[in-house]
Design a protein around this ligand. Structure first.
Ligand SMILES: [Zn+2]
Length: 268
């Protein structure tokens, strides 16, 4: 089963969060979108606490998170009050929350200064932040620089996607997902003609592939018959590779349309 990450998006709607050189709620959402995009490339499921500029009260945010039952929780904020750099809060309990905080901090330090990994206690020595205190899964709260320090705000404006990338790397490392290999390539067709098929449709596909070979689009030749053999497989996988798809050996509707377009472009 896919790993799941709950992404809390700080503030929203009538609550702008901190405001000076940039507006916290706006960059919280931009960063959250960028983060979710990267996570999905690595097959991680995610849920954002909001996807629009709307109010979300803390109780419903926590309830939404616990209902989703994620493996990890991050809450995206930006800082204010005068200061510089990134900081991250983890649970006083430590554990995976602390590991996540450290992993993210290690990545963020590569692109901006850090004030460190911290805990913040409220009444009765419990965690101050509800998103850390009330959620069942290990959680951290991220303060990605100061909206009221111009150099930080300028950095955030220009580099919030890099910040999201650093968050993603820390999250993926904590989940045990390697970022060394590039993310899995997409699949063009899940169903379609494949090896050992023997139909008139296969013959049509092969006629297209042979035309493509004549035009230099495809490298592999094959016998002109109704059988999907090794030659056809090589040609199909070659083209899937060139087009940036997983080489699953299947030529379906999308493959045939794409091949037709490639041929048409050559003939024009
Ligand atoms: Zn905030």
């Amino acid at each position: 089963m896919s790993k799941k990450v709950f992404i809390g998006v700080g503030h929203g709607g009538t609550d702008s969060g901190a405001v000076k050189y940039i507006v916290e709620k706006e960059y919280a959402l931009k960063t959250a979108f960028a983060l979710s995009e990267i996570l999905s490339k690595y097959g991680v499921d995610f849920k954002l606490s909001r996807t629009q500029d709307i109010d979300t009260d803390m109780d419903s945010k926590v309830a939404m998170c616990n209902k989703y039952a994620p493996d990890l929780v991050v809450d995206i904020h930006f800082n204010a009050g005068g200061g510089q750099g990134f900081e991250v809060y983890y649970s006083r309990v430590g554990g995976t929350s602390k590991t996540l905080a450290n992993n993210i901090n290690t990545e963020v330090k590569k692109i901006m200064s850090s004030r460190g990994v911290k805990t913040k206690l409220g009444n009765g020595s419990t965690d101050y932040f509800a998103i850390i205190r009330e959620t069942a899964a290990p959680a951290v709260l991220l303060e990605g620089g100061f909206v009221d320090t111009k150099s930080d705000a300028d950095f955030i404006k220009a580099n919030y996607k890099k910040l999201a990338e650093a968050y993603a790397k820390g999250i993926l490392k904590t989940l045990g997902i390697s970022t060394a290999a590039s993310p899995a390539k997409p699949i063009l067709d899940k169903t379609g003609y494949k090896k050992v098929d023997k139909t008139i449709g296969v013959l049509s596909l092969k006629e297209l592939l042979l035309t493509a070979k004549t035009l230099g689009v495809n490298k592999y030749g094959m016998d002109k018959n109704k059988s999907f053999g090794t030659g056809t497989l090589n040609a199909v996988n070659y083209l899937l590779g060139v087009w940036g798809y997983q080489q699953n050996g299947i030529a379906g509707e999308n493959f045939i349309k794409r091949l037709h377009n490639e041929i048409e472009n050559k003939v024009k």
